[in-house]
Write a protein that binds this ligand. Structure first.
Ligand code: TYD
Length: 206
């Protein structure tokens, strides 16, 4: 069972992933960009505000990071029978590089398929909330962080609005795979929504 967590900056998906992982002791947890030592080095380049990255170069770095994560972490864990919880995956590329940076979606789908050997999540939890709220949360968190990870937070509000709308469109197009969860609210309340949806859609947490 492969479950991915998606949403705009500050949507609370990483907090919810940790909460769900506490209830699934055998779950393997990973994230993108990152997830392996090499992919973590790519992550540092991608998120550093001083990186002047061309959008296509940026795309290839996300794809390279994803490939390492799929080959080294995700596929072996699934083959071993573990549940895998991944913080961002292919839908982030469609939402950010496609709807955000306006790169051709069909080309992105091809690149995603190539990077993952067409691995598709069984379930994708999309944490949805207004971009103004998400960005305020993300920027206050980033202000106290030890490492500069602010390159995407620095994008204008319009960019994040397109990303949010893109995610919602992806969810509408694939209702069997996506669950949209209202991310606006207290952590416990949002987690109750997560548990209810996971129980409804899978055999987990029963
Ligand atoms: P991260 O620190 O994981 O952000 P968050 O805590 O909001 O999840 O940073 C990942 C950033 O990279 C985030 O702004 C989204 C962006 N991203 C893409 O643009 N494309 C991708 O394919 C992925 C995986 C992430």
């Amino acid at each position: 069972m492969f479950i991915t967590f998606e949403g705009i900056e500050g949507s609370g998906k990483s907090t919810q992933l940790r909460r769900l992982a506490e209830r699934l002791p055998d779950a393997v947890i990973t994230k993108e960009p990152g997830g392996t030592p090499l992919a973590d080095r790519i992550r540092a380049i991608l998120l550093d505000s001083s990186s002047h990255l061309d959008p296509i170069a940026e795309l290839f770095l996300f794809a390279a990071s994803r490939r390492q994560n799929v080959i080294e972490v995700i596929k072996p864990a699934l083959a071993h029978g573990n549940v895998v919880l991944c913080d961002r995956f292919t839908d982030s590329t469609l939402a950010y590089q496609g709807f955000g940076r306006l790169i051709n979606i069909d080309q992105l789908r091809t690149l995603n398929a190539w990077a993952t050997d067409s691995l598709t999540p069984d379930l994708t939890l999309l944490f949805d909330l207004p971009e103004e709220i998400g960005l305020t949360r993300a920027r206050s968190r980033n202000a106290g962080a030890a490492q500069d990870e602010g390159r995407f937070e620095a994008e204008e509000l319009r960019f994040h609005r397109r990303v949010r709308e893109g995610y919602r469109a992806l969810a509408v197009a694939e209702p069997e795979r996506f669950v949209v969860i209202d991310g606006d609210g207290e952590v416990d309340d949002v987690f109750a929504r997560v548990v209810a949806e996971v129980q409804k859609r899978t055999e987990l947490l029963r």
